[in-house]
Design a protein around this ligand. Structure first.
Ligand code: TRP
Ligand code: SF4
Length: 522
């Protein structure tokens, strides 16, 4: 960690494996929103650490610098587009089940930051999900929807540059959901979300709707798109990445002969091809059998893969081993496949359901395949990327929960109540002032420090760092520290609410129907 960066609050919410639901294997988007063990997200679910992408990001947001944004999937294409001034998008959704609170503010800020970096940014109200998965009435949904939108606007979202919508009134999203639903079946939803025979159909429909939300920014044209969310939403992100690939017209792989290889096998064949001088009678035309004989003696830890690969090579007999890029027909129309075959430059071989190209790079084949797909009416989706932020610890020490008012600060809380809640918050302090001076406090286990790091210090890294160091060094005592935070919270809420009032007019100008509940009373 560099000198300018304040201490990373991640330890505060790392929880350790002893917290509740440590043994759950699935991440459940409709379950508790605590993530017991962030490490498992990396090891078991393959989320990447955000640190690894941070250096690619121009002028990162403080939530990124401070490790509040801790993980990502495939964020690099988004960062690259940002750096190179190419189009990119960001989208997130909010379930209107209660008041927006300071945890949601993180996501607002992430969206707004991407908008300021030049992205096309979308915010949506997940009202179909709130109605089907949470059973909220449409009248309640309308009220909460309005509150989320006002807070998003008050936080700085520019509705002229970006787009706000609600799931239930977007025909584009619903049509796309229907289309994506063709590729998703019930067993799969059961496996991903623990759905069972009792799960209602509308809840399933809300899942394909979320898939459509995630891909909606690419409907006009494919572009790198990031979905900033809590890690509980990762199953949705993975599924959306999967569906995005399934509707593609073509798949692109690298091959060496007529048969298909998995990535491990491909690596070995690449080694064999590289060593062709060592065994081929004619190194210009190494034969598959020759490569097989050489590879059979190749030292590797992965002997099963090797044996499998050797067998494939043997079966291909005298066929020459020759690197090529293969474009496979997945969902292409006949016309699209023909157009692709036509468009491949240089030496090629056209089969029933694939084309082998000998003079095309992998990257060139990928963009060609996307171009042809789009020209022929396909989506050409790029797999959506994601960012994951830490959940804030509740002010009372446990998890922050919308149903426990003292545990969170609503963006609608009276500023004085906000002040009081911070004053009453749990801390990472010692039992006595003396001990605190002697041992220092524990900012990494302190919900009040989190308030500074996630929100109250704003962009001022130096301030967040000072709070941390003064606390850990025993110079800062909890009474004064909470007073300072409580005042900042009061100020923040008063300011936010003033901006909400100003945003009323902006909201009224938007073409959004916020009175769905009036007519039907469900
Ligand atoms: N499922 C999300 C939640 O529970 C809400 C949501 C709906 C969403 N569509 C989305 C989030 C698309 C991100 C992207 O809060
Ligand atoms: Fe938390 Fe502040 Fe007390 Fe440190 S001094 S433990 S940061 S309240």
């Amino acid at each position: 960690m560099s000198d300018e960066t304040p201490p990373d609050p991640r330890a505060a919410t790392d929880g350790g494996a002893d917290v509740e639901d440590a043994d759950d294997v699935a991440i459940d988007p409709w379950g508790s929103s605590t993530i017991a063990d962030y490490r498992r997200l990396f090891e078991q679910f393959g989320i990447e650490r955000f640190e690894s992408a941070l250096e690619d990001v121009p002028d990162p947001h403080y939530l990124m610098r401070r490790g509040v944004v801790f993980g990502h999937r495939d964020y690099r294409p988004v960062a690259r587009a940002m750096r190179e001034g190419e189009p990119f998008a960001a989208l997130s959704g909010f379930m209107p089940t209660g008041d927006p609170h300071i945890g949601h503010k993180l996501v607002f800020d992430e969206l707004i930051w991407h908008q300021q970096q030049g992205g096309d940014v979308y915010g949506l109200i997940a009202d179909l999900e709130a109605h089907s998965a949470r059973g909220l009435s449409w009248a309640a949904i309308d009220d909460h929807a309005r509150d989320y939108l006002l807070s998003l606007l008050a936080s700085g979202f520019d509705p002229e540059e970006g787009e706000l919508y609600r799931q239930s009134t977007s025909p584009e999203v619903q049509d796309l959901a229907f289309e994506l639903g063709v590729e998703a079946n019930v067993s799969e939803l059961q496996a991903i979300y623990n759905f069972d025979g009792e799960t209602d159909v509308s809840h399933m429909q809300s899942v394909v709707t979320q898939m459509a939300d995630i891909l909606y920014p690419q409907l006009e044209a494919p572009k790198p798109t990031v979905i900033p969310v809590g890690p509980d939403q990762d199953p949705h992100v993975r599924f959306a990445r999967d569906l995005a690939a399934r509707v593609r017209y073509f798949g692109v792989t690298e091959a060496y002969a007529s048969f298909e290889l998995d990535p491990e096998e491909r690596e070995l064949v690449a080694v064999a091809h590289e060593h062709r001088e060592a065994y081929a009678e004619d190194p210009e035309r190494p034969r598959c059998v020759e490569a097989a004989a050489w590879l059979a003696d190749y030292e590797t830890g992965a002997t099963t893969v090797r044996d499998r690969t050797v067998e494939k090579l043997e079966n291909a007999g005298k066929e020459p081993l020759r690197p090529r890029v293969r474009v496979l027909d997945r969902n292409a129309t006949e016309a699209a496949f023909e157009a692709l075959a036509e468009a491949v430059d240089g030496e090629k071989r056209v089969y029933d359901a694939h084309v082998d190209a000998f003079d095309l790079s992998y990257e060139a084949a990928v963009s060609l395949a996307r171009e042809v797909e789009i020209d022929h009416g396909g989506y050409g989706f790029r797999p959506p990327s994601s960012l994951y932020h830490r959940f804030m610890t509740g002010l009372t020490g446990g998890k922050m929960s919308s149903s426990v008012p003292a545990s969170h600060i609503s963006l609608l809380d009276d500023p004085e109540d906000g002040y009081d809640k911070v004053q009453a918050a749990a801390t990472g302090g010692r039992e006595t002032a003396e001990k605190q001076r002697e041992l220092g406090g524990e900012p990494e286990a302190c919900p009040v420090y989190e308030l500074y790091a996630y929100l109250l210090a704003g962009d001022d890294d130096e301030y967040a760092r000072r709070v941390y160091e003064e606390c850990a060094g025993g110079e800062r005592l909890c009474g004064g520290c909470k007073e300072e935070a409580a005042r900042l919270m009061r100020e923040f809420l008063a300011d936010h609410q003033e901006k909400r009032a100003e945003a009323e007019a902006e909201l009224a100008d938007l073409d959004l129907d916020l009175d769905l509940g009036v007519a039907d009373g469900h």
